[in-house]
Structures are given as structure tokens and as C-alpha cells.
Design a protein around this ligand. Structure first.
Ligand SMILES: [Zn+2]
Length: 541
């Protein structure tokens, strides 16, 4: 996801343009993009220099902004306005300590100063490793296990985005920061905790860099490499559109391409498809305008999921109808100064309303099932005590069975619990927490084939519920199907790379498959995750 604040564009005449210029320059860092297109009547060449430097930053052309500010500084080394611009450049370069020192020297106060301070404080002890045009930063030692996979996924994302959008940040290293907790992420995100939790925002692309919360900070994990790719697409869209793409285009293209690093484009998950079908019929879709300034500010996780489904399918439809370069043309059109609807009309070859109608017809023709699929949402680990699977059921009867089952399981009476879980499943088979418990019960009773088939059926609805993949792997392992078990365990790692039982089983499976080196490497990860007090690797099934 991306957040951009759209401040009022700086359309001001000569009078009153500069009195608050230092403050304005600092604030522009928070409302990037706002300054572009502003009219600069009567501004002196001297002030124009600052203005242009600021605009370069606003379109994340950081290297050029650096050259620009260096030139200004060599002419006017003591000019506080030049130095304020330099502080912003430093911030965009990831040189937070220097940015902070400079702001202190200038006596700057306000939201930008606070953001720089928070970012400095939250990143000061980070380590980093680079590869393939990216530099990944992490803070908690356990998060280092993400780095190699992150770099691998990002390198593939870079190729996919170059092929599909024609964007490559050649020669430039993209900064990727992994935050150890939701609190740390929230501090640097300019979002509130409530916005983060309600919308399930776990990643951002802002200030020319990618930020994610470690999956370790969530209870059930999330498709974290898809998220990295998603955020990288935002970077590409931002740069190609010179900071002018509206949120719906941003999220549409990012959603469409988030799986491109693994060769899949245009995927909308089962929950999104069901929501799209129902809300379209009800006439309660989220309008494109409502998606601004950020999908992270929509009122519920369901609305956020729906918004993604809408714009993701719009892009899929556009590509299907107008060819593989449709998205590149759309985003570049915006970068060349077209409005978003104009740019879309140019690619579509007709009025926006006609596109909207055709898209609706196309969605209807897909025949997406309206049968409800729960939006799993984001569950932060520091909320605690939720367990590793959803704990509610939609109907009272299933809920009673579930509670009784959990009670028995808590007392170690797993056989009796399995019976209750089976009853709950009979009455609410589509509830993810019910199905995952039933799979556990089947494992307990040695009904492994059935466990695999219930897991598969449920995974078609909830492909992101890691515990289901893990339990499926357990069943396959028991059935002596180690190759398939490994594939299921690898799915868990795409969602929750910190799931210790998965790591342990994976080491065994690799050994069994005759891959002792890989098994040893996995055992080392287990040792790293087991050490130290900050992990919360769960030992439940
Ligand atoms: Zn996004």
C-alpha cells in the first residue's frame, strides 16, 4: 500500500509565495507531489532554483535533487532555504542522522522534523545487505533470515517490472527497510496504529523507499514477498507518473503485478472475488475517489480488500483488452501530464464511462461466487492471545462445538476435541478456523488422506492461512509424500518464515529427500530463531 497526502497545490502568486518558504519546503516532504504543476509567477531565479530542487524530490528523482542542491549550496552555502532543501534530500537518501542534525542546526520544528527524528531512532541500529539493485535493512537479528529471500524476490520483481512497465532504477540502489514491530513501522509510516490495523497495512512505499513490518510481528504472517513486490511496483508507478498517479491507479497496478516476481499477474484472491461480486450487485462498490488519499484509511479490512479487488480487476481487464503494454501507457500518460481518466481513455480508446461499464460486464461474466469468504485481516502479535488460527465461527452451533473442542484440546483431550471439531466443520465448513481445527483433528485421528483433502478444499478459499499449509504438510509427511510436504512447507515460509514447527519439519523432510546441506541450513535457522527472547515462534501444531 502507499500513502500520499495531497496537500493543496501551491498555486500562489508572487506575493506570499516565499514568506513561509522554509516551512513549506519542509512540509512538502510530507505531501510529496503536491508542488508539481504549480504556477510560479514572479518567482526570482534564485527562488526558482529551490522550487525546482523541491520538485525533483517530489517526483523521487533523488540523485538529480542531490546534484541540484549541491549546486545551490556551492553558490549560497549559508542560505537556510538551501539547507532546508538539503535536509530533505538527506532524508530521501536515507541519511537520517545527517538530516536530523541539519534540521536541529536550522532550529526546524514540526511534522517533518518529528518524522526524521522517529525514522532516525527506529533505524539507527539497523544492519544492511545489498544485492541486485536493492539494499535491505533490518533491526532484529531474527529478521536476518528474511534477507536472502527478500533480495531474491526483489531481483525477480525488478525483472518483471522492467518487462511489464518498462521501468528499471538502473544504477540506483532501492532502499528496503524491515521493521521489527508494528509500533516501529507505524512510527515511520505517517499512519496511525488504528489505520494500520483496520486496513491491514503492512507495507508502504514512500519517500522513495520500501518499508515493511516483519512477518514476525504478525500472528499469522502475510505473503511478505508479494508485499515487497507490490511496494516495488508503487516505486515504479510513482517514478513513471512523476508522482502524479492517483491511488486507484497506484493500487491497481501494484495489485495486478504483486505476484509478477513469481510469474503470476492479475490474481485476485477468493475473498476479493466474492466481495466484488456481492458489492457490485448491491451497488456498494468503493468509488475511485474514496480510495484517496490512501486505501489504508478505508473504514474496514473488508473495504480495503474490496478496493484492491476492484482496481486489480480493472487493470487485468485493461491488459486483457488492450495488450500487455496497457499499464505502461496508462502510467506514462499520467506522467506526461494527462489526468488519470484522460490517460485511461487514451489507452482504452473511449470515454471513461464506457470503460467502467465494460469492466462491470466483464466482472459479471467471470461468474465469481458470492459465497462469503472471510477477510482474514492483519493480526499483530503484540495483541497476543489469539492463537495461530481464526477462533470464531459464523453460526452459534458451530461456535459451541468449536469452544468445547478448544476446551478439550486445552486439557490435552485431543481425541475428544477432534470429534467436536468434526461437528463444527459439518455445520460451518467455510469458516477458516473451523476447517483448520478439523484438519488438526483428522491428523490426531490418523485420517491423513482426509486431512489433505479438507486442507486443499479450505486452501482454495484461504490460500494465505499458513497453519493450513503446515497441517497439510504434516499429513503428507505421514503419508510418506515428502516432495509434496516440502512444497506445502515452502508455502508456509512465503507467509510466515518464522513458524518454528515448519522449520523443524522442513529440516527433516530435506534430510529424507537426500538434501543434507539444505537440511543443515534449515537447522541453523531453527537454532537462530530458538535463541534469544524476542521471538515468539509458536510451538503449537
Ligand atoms: Zn499498495
Amino acid at each position: 500500500m502507499i500513502l500520499r497526502s495531497f496537500g493543496p497545490a501551491s498555486r500562489r502568486g508572487a506575493k506570499g509565495f516565499w514568506p513561509a518558504v522554509v516551512a513549506a519546503l519542509l512540509l512538502t516532504a510530507l505531501s510529496v507531489g503536491a508542488a508539481r504543476g504549480a504556477e510560479v509567477y514572479g518567482v526570482s531565479a534564485r527562488d526558482l532554483g529551490l522550487y525546482l530542487g523541491s520538485n525533483l524530490l517530489a517526483s523521487w528523482r533523488v540523485a538529480e535533487a542531490r546534484q541540484w542542491v549541491d549546486r545551490l549550496a556551492s553558490d549560497r552555502p549559508d542560505d537556510p532555504q538551501v539547507r532546508a532543501l538539503e535536509a530533505r534530500v538527506l532524508f530521501f537518501e536515507g541519511r537520517y542522522a545527517e538530516a536530523r542534525d541539519l534540521l536541529d542546526e536550522l532550529g526546524a520544528e514540526g511534522p517533518f522534523r518529528d518524522l526524521v527524528e522517529a525514522t532516525w531512532a527506529r533505524t539507527r541500529s539497523m544492519q544492511a545487505r545489498a544485492g541486485g539493485g536493492f539494499r535491505v535493512f533490518w533491526d532484529d537479528p531474527k529478521d536476518e533470515i528474511l534477507v536472502d529471500s527478500a533480495l531474491e524476490g526483489l531481483a525477480r520483481a525488478r525483472e518483471a517490472v522492467a518487462a511489464r512497465l518498462g521501468f528499471d532504477p538502473a544504477g540506483e540502489e532501492v532502499r528496503v527497510e524491515v521493521y521489527p514491530t508494528a509500533a516501529a513501522f507505524t512510527d515511520v509510516s505517517t499512519l496511525t496504529r488504528k489505520e494500520v490495523e483496520t486496513s491491514g497495512t503492512i507495507g508502504l512505499c514512500k519517500f522513495n523507499r520500501i518499508m515493511i513490518t516483519s512477518p514476525r510481528a504478525t500472528l499469522w504472517g502475510y505473503r511478505w514477498r508479494d508485499t515487497l513486490c507490490h511496494e516495488y511496483v508503487h516505486l515504479a508507478v510513482y517514478r513513471l507518473s512523476r508522482g502524479q498517479a492517483p491511488i486507484w491507479v497506484h493500487e491497481g497496478v501494484a495489485k495486478y503485478l504483486e505476484g509478477a516476481w513469481r510469474g503470476v499477474a492479475g490474481e485476485v484472491g477468493p475473498a476479493g472475488r466474492a466481495l466484488l461480486a456481492r458489492r457490485m450487485r448491491e451497488g456498494t462498490l468503493i468509488s475511485l475517489e474514496e480510495m484517496s488519499p490512501s486505501v489504508a484509511k478505508l473504514p474496514s479490512a473488508e473495504d480495503t480488500a474490496l478496493a484492491f479487488a476492484e482496481v486489480g480487476t480493472m487493470m487485468a481487464f485493461l491488459v486483457q483488452q488492450r495488450g500487455p503494454d496497457a499499464l505502461e501507457r496508462l502510467v506514462e500518460g499520467i506522467g506526461e501530464g494527462l489526468g488519470d481518466r484522460e490517460a485511461l481513455e487514451a489507452v482504452w480508446g473511449g470515454p471513461f464511462d464506457a470503460f467502467d461499464r465494460a469492466w462491470r460486464e466483464w466482472v459479471e461474466a467471470q461468474g465469481f461466487s458470492e459465497d462469503p469468504v472471510e477477510v482474514l485481516g492483519l493480526h499483530l502479535a503484540d495483541r497476543g492471545a489469539e492463537g495461530e488460527e481464526p477462533s470464531d465461527a459464523p453460526d452459534p452451533q458451530a461456535r459451541d462445538y468449536l469452544r468445547l473442542g478448544d476446551l478439550l484440546r486445552g486439557k490435552g483431550r485431543m481425541e475428544a476435541a477432534a470429534v467436536e471439531y468434526e461437528k463444527a466443520y459439518a455445520s460451518a465448513p467455510r469458516a477458516p478456523g473451523v476447517a483448520s481445527r478439523h484438519v488438526l483433528g483428522l491428523l490426531t485421528r490418523g485420517r491423513f488422506e482426509e486431512a489433505v483433502s479438507v486442507a486443499d478444499r479450505t486452501l482454495r478459499l484461504y490460500p494465505d492461512l499458513a497453519v493450513l499449509w503446515y497441517r497439510k504438510a504434516l499429513a503428507l509427511w505421514e503419508l510418506d509424500r515428502p516432495g509434496e510436504a516440502l512444497a506445502a512447507l515452502d508455502e508456509v515460509l512465503e507467509i510466515n518464515p518464522f513458524h518454528l514447527p515448519t522449520r523443524r519439519l522442513r529440516a527433516e523432510v530435506l534430510e529424507r529427500l537426500g538434501r543434507p546441506d539444505a537440511a543443515r541450513a534449515e537447522a541453523e535457522v531453527v537454532a537462530l530463531l530458538e535463541g534469544g527472547p524476542t521471538g515468539h515462534g509458536r510451538t503449537a501444531e
